[in-house]
Design a protein around this ligand. Structure first.
Ligand SMILES: Cc1ncc(C[n+]2csc(CCOP(=O)(O)OP(=O)(O)O)c2C)c(N)n1
Ligand SMILES: [Mg+2]
Length: 572
């Protein structure tokens, strides 16, 4: 017979091993069945346990925390639909390669499928999104089983981190009684290893500075396309250095951290909308690093090219919807670039790089002239990249914020770190994920988000309040999904408005007040700057709201694209 003492001894060893493996954070949510897991996490020295009411919030918070730190975050919940609430974050973690350790409490086998309350089938609940599933079972705390539990924790942490990082799922059946009736006995049936070492160590073998040889032939007309890679904060700088050394234009999504340095081309999205220019600037070689950027014109251009296209990705991820990649290099991107540098040094034709740079300057001028001094959606994106200190993290929501950032952010050598949920591009869980990034305690976090995405995840503000976290939310409120106004569906009249654009008329000042957050309206650029600085200095949560009009926003974007097109053809 197992009793609560066995359960708690096993879980104590499990949690202790997580810490020995470098796990520093866990998220909990309330419930009865999960009591032993939650109390064990909360009482483990070295583990910060973040309490959330809503499991969907807990899951995305863990995701944001793991993204910012690169360490696996444990997230525990009770049985039933509570476990299902973690699914969106587990899916995002799988798609975006973020390490999570999901611990779901379950009924023991004799209480499954017999009408016991709050019981659903949790076996492989997350399907292929979980890298590894373990039905942990119930055990006596014998030395052998405690040892197994220690190894299990290590395996969970290392599996979450290894290969492509991602979520692992451990389902833990728990029998009543769920609380101890006295202190745990002194001593451990199987103490951990000496010196705080994990039961199973997994030393990370550093990537070699130089790989022997990478078969990518230099080309005078090459470009580098850099997309999201949140794992290696030093990769952006390495990419900029490689681009400068090779003289290859660097088309870098801000999520790559590489929109910097003398070869950066910031406005490729606007430039490649111009067909003659897109046709003129045909490269012979494309080096793609990280995810494919969001920009539609860039994607269409890449799909149309008659060029060698090479992907560099730590795990050789297959990011090639158009089927045009000719070579996949599955190796540490930074080490690969180091290996390529000597052979590619000065390989780029200076006139080719200058052609791109001149076009980029032309685009920047046309954009600035078109945007003028008005506070607009594009201007918010540009201001954030410009104004935030290097130690800040900018968390960018899906929909127009991520697109405006890509289109309008200027290159900057010491810009903030940029994070986003781009695995599955959901608008769900964005506030929670930004709060998780804030909980990492590595500098201020600013969330750039639309009104629908904020309304969707307002409940996360409860966590900000309960956990005393700091977050500045820059809300672009166009009363609906402004992105859809760019699409043909926007001509479908009232049905479009009701079912696709979904205006809501919410007063976000009241929402902020409910959660004890500050709220400020910014009506012009200088107010945005002032409120941003004030919010960053204030602590707690501030919502800085910018009100815009969806139709006017579409018109402004079209004026920008037209102005860039006209300017590049004048310059031709
Ligand atoms: C979970 C989820 N549901 C639906 C969508 C589809 N979707 C993409 S953008 C969007 C509207 C977002 O509106 P808002 O946050 O106000 O940003 P805006 O488009 O106005 O910039 C929706 C519903 C999604 N990406 N994720
Ligand atoms: Mg909106």
């Amino acid at each position: 017979m197992t009793d609560a003492t066995d359960t708690y001894l096993l879980l104590r060893a499990f949690c202790e091993e997580l810490v020995r493996c470098g796990v520093t954070d866990a998220c909990t949510s309330p419930g009865s069945r999960s009591t032993p897991i939650v109390l064990s996490l909360a009482r483990t020295p070295g583990l910060r346990a973040w309490s959330h009411v809503d499991e969907r919030v807990a899951g995305f918070f863990a995701l944001g925390l793991a993204k910012r730190t690169g360490r696996p975050v444990a997230v525990a919940c009770t049985s039933g639909t509570a476990a299902a609430e973690l699914a969106p974050a587990v899916i995002e973690a799988a798609e975006a390669r973020v390490p999570l350790i999901v611990l779901t409490a379950d009924r023991p086998p004799e209480l499954r499928d017999v009408g016991a309350g709050q019981t659903i089938d949790q076996i492989k609940l997350y399907g292929a999104a979980a890298k590894w599933f373990v039905e942990v079972g119930t055990h006596e705390a014998t030395p052998e089983r405690v040892r197994w539990m220690r190894a299990l924790a290590c395996r969970a942490a290392w599996t979450a981190l290894d290969g492509p990082p991602g979520p692992v799922h451990l389902n833990l059946p728990l029998r009543e009684p769920l609380v101890l009736d006295g202190p745990l006995p002194d001593g451990d049936p199987c103490p951990g290893r000496a010196d705080g070492r994990p039961w199973v160590a997994h030393p990370v073998v550093p990537a070699p500075d130089e790989l022997p040889h990478v078969p990518v032939a230099p080309a005078p007309r090459a470009v580098i396309v850099a997309g999201r890679d949140e794992r290696d904060p030093a990769l952006g700088e390495a990419l900029a250095a490689f681009a400068a050394a090779s003289r290859y234009p660097l088309l870098a999504d801000p999520l790559s951290g590489a929109r910097r340095g003398p070869a950066a081309i910031a406005h490729y999205d606007a430039l490649l909308r111009d067909e003659p220019l897109a046709a003129e600037l045909q490269p012979e070689l494309v080096l793609r690093v990280g995810d494919l950027p969001t920009s539609k014109p860039l994607r269409a251009w890449l799909a149309s090219l008659d060029a060698e296209q090479v992907t560099l990705d730590a795990e050789g991820a297959w990011h090639d919807p158009a089927g045009v990649v000719s070579e996949r290099i599955a190796a540490n991107p930074r080490a690969t670039l180091a290996a390529l540098t000597a052979e590619h040094r000065d390989a780029g034709d200076p006139a080719w790089l200058e052609r791109w740079r001149a076009a980029d300057r032309t685009a920047a001028d046309a954009i600035a002239a078109t945007l003028g001094d008005e506070l607009s959606e594009p201007r918010v994106a540009a201001e954030l990249i410009d104004a935030l200190p290097p130690e800040a993290t900018l968390f960018v929501a899906a929909s127009m914020p991520i697109r405006d950032l890509e289109t309008f952010a200027a290159a900057r050598d010491d810009g903030p770190r940029v994070l986003s949920n781009r695995g599955a591009n959901g608008i769900d869980g964005t506030v929670a994920a930004a709060l998780g990034a804030a909980a990492a305690g590595e500098g201020p976090v600013v969330l750039h988000i639309g009104d629908v995405a904020l309304a969707y995840d307002l409940g996360a503000l409860l966590s900000a309040r309960r956990l005393g976290l700091d977050l500045t939310i820059v809300l672009v409120n166009n009363d609906g999904g402004g992105i859809f106004d760019f699409l043909p569906v926007s001509r479908e009249g009232a049905d479009y408005e009701r079912h696709v654009a979904t205006p809501h008329g919410l007063d976000f000042a009241q929402a902020a007040a409910l959660y004890g957050a500050r709220h400020a309206l910014a009506a012009d650029v200088s107010a945005l700057r002032t409120e941003l600085a004030r919010a960053l200095g204030a602590g707690g949560v501030t919502v800085v709201e910018v009100r815009t009009q969806r139709a006017a926003n579409v018109a402004l974007h079209r004026r920008v694209w037209d102005a860039v097109g006209a300017a590049v053809s004048r310059a031709r």
